[in-house]
Design a protein around this ligand. Structure first.
Ligand SMILES: NC(=O)c1ccc[n+]([C@@H]2O[C@H](COP(=O)([O-])OP(=O)(O)OC[C@H]3O[C@@H](n4cnc5c(N)ncnc54)[C@H](O)[C@@H]3O)[C@@H](O)[C@H]2O)c1
Ligand SMILES: O=C(O)[C@H](O)COP(=O)(O)O
Length: 526
């Protein structure tokens, strides 16, 4: 039975799903060394933001197939190492959107009405109404940095509260901004015109320290900034100085450059800062959503099915996935076949997607072809996650072409590879019942199903050759399951495809090559 390690606290609803297919161990609070020591036992790892899945952990994760992040951000996972090792990384892109958006809005209202401090003062026995005069958000300007899932919800609610919404997001269309009732502006305008600024962007090279001494200096003296996105987007030292000197109105932070927040000058500040311990996703509803979403994906991957929200393989909608699944098998089989025909050190692969497959949603078929091509060398080490990287690292030049006009079969895949045995090309299609057919070899039309053991000969189409090869195989006790000849012109060049019941014994291929008229012969196993 597969083994899943759950190393952060996740909702029971997710654990229930995992236990249907795996033995589930829950071990939270592990150090990097402790996790590295036990990870080789596990097929899947389920985490939140607490577990740091470092390169070192991934190096040791020899059986790991999937890392499931019960939440959005995967910045605590070394995704390039996971990809390199063929480990799929999934998340729950939408499960905690509302929770995070509502936390940002709660922060905004808490800042404007001093709720945390007023609460504290009442609990201390005081009845101080003068110190906590607030301000309304109505008719104020809210600057939303990042108009993705969370930013959009914040913008909508802000709008409903009567706020004017400015937004900065270089990857969002004007049309989307219009739909949300936001005015797209550049960052400087957002900084200088907003009364509240809320961050909803990932932490990337571009966004690290986006809020720094210079940007803070551009803000209104009463402006308040909220970060419920990621630590490190705000320079905490610069924020501390700015707040200490009273140059902006306040800040509310849910996330920090280093978590858990250790010694920090931010803790020394007074009522102009609100700090929460990364609670954006911590609602009962969000935790059920993300746990179910990610546990289902772990279950599916352990059962050999694709994941719907993988961050390191292209995501596909369920209907596209349904259409492509049988063709993935076809592409892999053809990749495996052409790779064996082309020999070692394959230097290029041309993948041509034909007929109805010639649209962009068929991209995974290219990956499947590469996976098939590399499977001889890498066996189960190659998968849909790392096939493209492995091919690139081996210097395999990939050419992708599409031709919707080729309709010999309504959908077909053509692969051409160049290796130590020269240039070879195969085409394949699916029959109505989903059965795979190899429909051409090196340009010769055939119609054969793939078989575990196959023999291909290239020969002159002259009488007697087929008989001679048949008798030769008989002499070596090789049983032929099926045989087909493909040729373009009578008595020209031809290809013979034989399905045989067992691997071709040593020494048979050189004998076949000695038969007069045979120009080449190959044995493959699919
Ligand atoms: N505090 C929490 O507990 C919590 C919970 C959920 C999500 N988050 C974090 O919130 C952030 C937003 O999440 P989301 O689900 O809305 O993501 P999303 O991908 O839907 O939206 C992010 C938006 O940021 C934009 N963006 C990217 N780079 C940008 C840049 N340089 N400048 C401006 N905009 C840029 C993108 O175009 C996108 O629209 C993420 O960092 C996520 O990890 C935090
Ligand atoms: O990216 C996320 O989903 C949030 O930061 C939530 O993190 P958490 O699962 O550790 O609460």
């Amino acid at each position: 039975m597969a083994k899943v390690l759950v190393s952060d606290s996740v909702d029971e609803a997710g654990i229930k799903i995992l236990t249907q297919v795996a033995q589930v161990d829950i071990k939270t609070g592990l150090s990097e060394d402790e996790l590295t020591a036990i990870i080789p036992e596990y097929d899947a790892l389920m985490i939140r933001s607490g577990t740091k899945v470092t390169e070192k952990v991934i190096q040791a994760a020899d059986n790991l197939k999937i890392i499931g992040r019960a939440g959005v951000g995967v910045d605590n996972v070394h995704v390039p190492s996971a990809t390199r090792k063929g480990i799929v990384v999934v998340n729950s892109p939408e499960g905690n959107t509302i929770a995070a958006a509502e936390h940002a809005l709660a922060m905004m209202l808490s800042l404007s009405r001093h709720i945390p401090d007023a609460n504290q003062s009442v609990k201390e026995g005081k009845w101080d109404r003068k110190s906590y005069i607030g301000s309304e958000v109505y008719k104020k300007t809210l600057g939303v940095v990042g108009l993705g899932k969370i930013g959009s919800h914040v913008a909508k609610v802000g709008k409903a509260m009567g706020m004017k919404i400015l937004a900065y997001d270089p990857f969002i269309s004007q049309e989307r901004a219009n739909q949300l009732g936001c005015t797209l502006v550049d960052l400087d305008i957002l900084f200088s015109e907003s009364d509240y600024i809320t961050l909803h962007i990932p932490k990337t090279k571009e966004t690290a320290n986006l809020i720094n001494a210079q940007s803070l200096a551009k803000m209104k003296p009463h402006a308040r900034i909220i970060n419920c996105a990621r630590g490190g987007i705000i320079d905490e030292d610069a924020l501390y100085e700015t707040l200490k000197e009273g140059k902006i109105g306040g800040a509310a932070l849910d996330v920090f450059a280093s978590e858990p927040l250790g010694e920090s000058k931010l803790r020394e500040l007074g009522n102009n800062i609100i700090l929460t311990p990364h609670l954006g996703a911590s609602t009962a509803e969000a935790q059920v959503n993300v746990a179910i979403d990610v546990a289902e994906q772990i279950r599916d991957v352990l059962l050999g099915l694709p994941a719907r929200s993988a961050v390191n393989i292209p995501g596909l909608s369920p209907d596209v996935m349904e259409k492509l699944r049988p063709y993935m098998r076809l592409a892999e089989t053809l990749g495996n076949l052409v790779g064996q025909l082309a020999g070692d050190r394959v230097e290029s692969l041309n993948v041509k997607l034909q007929g109805d497959l010639a649209d962009n949603s068929s991209q995974p078929l290219v990956t499947a072809s590469l996976k098939g091509l590399l499977s001889k060398a890498l066996r189960e080490r190659v998968n849909y996650v790392n096939a493209a990287i492995e091919a690139k690292e081996r210097g395999i030049h990939l050419v992708e072409t599409r031709d919707a006009t080729i309709k010999d079969y309504s959908n077909s895949i053509y692969l051409e590879a160049v290796g130590t045995k020269g240039t070879h090309a195969v085409t394949g299609a699916l029959l109505n019942d989903g059965e795979i057919r190899i429909t051409s070899i090196n340009g010769f039309p055939v119609n054969v199903p793939p078989n575990t053991y196959m023999l291909f000969t290239l020969h002159r189409d002259v009488p007697g050759i087929i008989g001679k090869i048949g008798s030769l195989l008989g002499n070596f006790n090789v049983n032929i399951a099926s045989m087909q000849v493909g040729r373009k012109i009578v008595r020209g060049d031809a290809v013979m495809v034989l399905s045989i019941d067992d691997p071709l014994p040593e020494g048979v291929l050189p004998e076949i090559l000695k038969v007069g008229g045979v120009t080449d012969a190959y044995t493959v196993s699919l």
